[in-house]
Write a protein that binds this ligand. Sequence first.
Ligand SMILES: Nc1ncnc2c1ncn2[C@@H]1O[C@H](COP(=O)(O)OP(=O)(O)OP(=O)(O)O)[C@@H](O)[C@H]1O
Length: 240
Amino acid sequence: MLAWGGLVHQYAGTAEPIRYADFALGPGRHLLLRGASGSGKSTLLALLSGLLRVQQGELEVAGTSLSGLSPRALDAWRGATLGVVPQRLHLSEALTVAENLALPALAAGQGADIARAEELLTALDIAELAGRRPHQLSVGQAQRVALARALMRRPKLLLADEPSASLDDEHALHMLALLLDTAEREGCTLIIASHDGRVIEALGAREDVAEVVLRGKLPADRPALPTGNRTTFWLDEGSR
Ligand SMILES: Nc1ncnc2c1ncn2[C@@H]1O[C@H](COP(=O)(O)OP(=O)(O)OP(=O)(O)O)[C@@H](O)[C@H]1O
């Protein structure tokens, strides 16, 4: 479902590349991606989403090798394969909930799938909110809408970036459970990027969640360290 090898990314104007130790996620498993600020989480998420092109190494996501795809092919692949719940939800204030859900299809040049929107709003228990605008929603309701929007095109991968940020304990754990339940029901692989201790603790108890920890400040000669279903990765900072 998800694997990379020899993956290296270097931003223009920087002295050293970011190197990711090899990794493969088995079928039926989800992934928690965590690491200190600057350790390369956002870069990895952007690579996995096809927002950054692979410069070096192999990256396979949902059966597709992203390494050789053109920007246009990456755009098409992303829309058909990936659902994203961003940290800032980016719901359009000018549109109702139902209209927000229609956006992914419209952006892909397709008609709005009203039946799919109704199905998701019902499954996420927010059917009565279809006519509201985002500012008329609670934080938790807005997150459900963003989750529904991410699922509109039946993605194979669901990516949630810091889903518990700005939520209290009860809502944070509820959101996590909702993401896991929804991923199971929809049959998609969940990738959560988080440095929230509540999320790390809750997911650490689950056998079906693998964990990648990016650590930017450790020596370069430390290899990947598999510990059960945990895998710790270090960025290669040998010459920094
Ligand atoms: N556009 C860019 N140009 C140059 N360097 C960048 C760029 N984006 C990120 N970097 C650098 O690449 C490294 C990894 O950054 P990245 O944003 O992936 O880390 P992160 O783990 O997501 O951090 P945070 O948790 O603070 O968002 C950092 O050293 C950062 O300064």
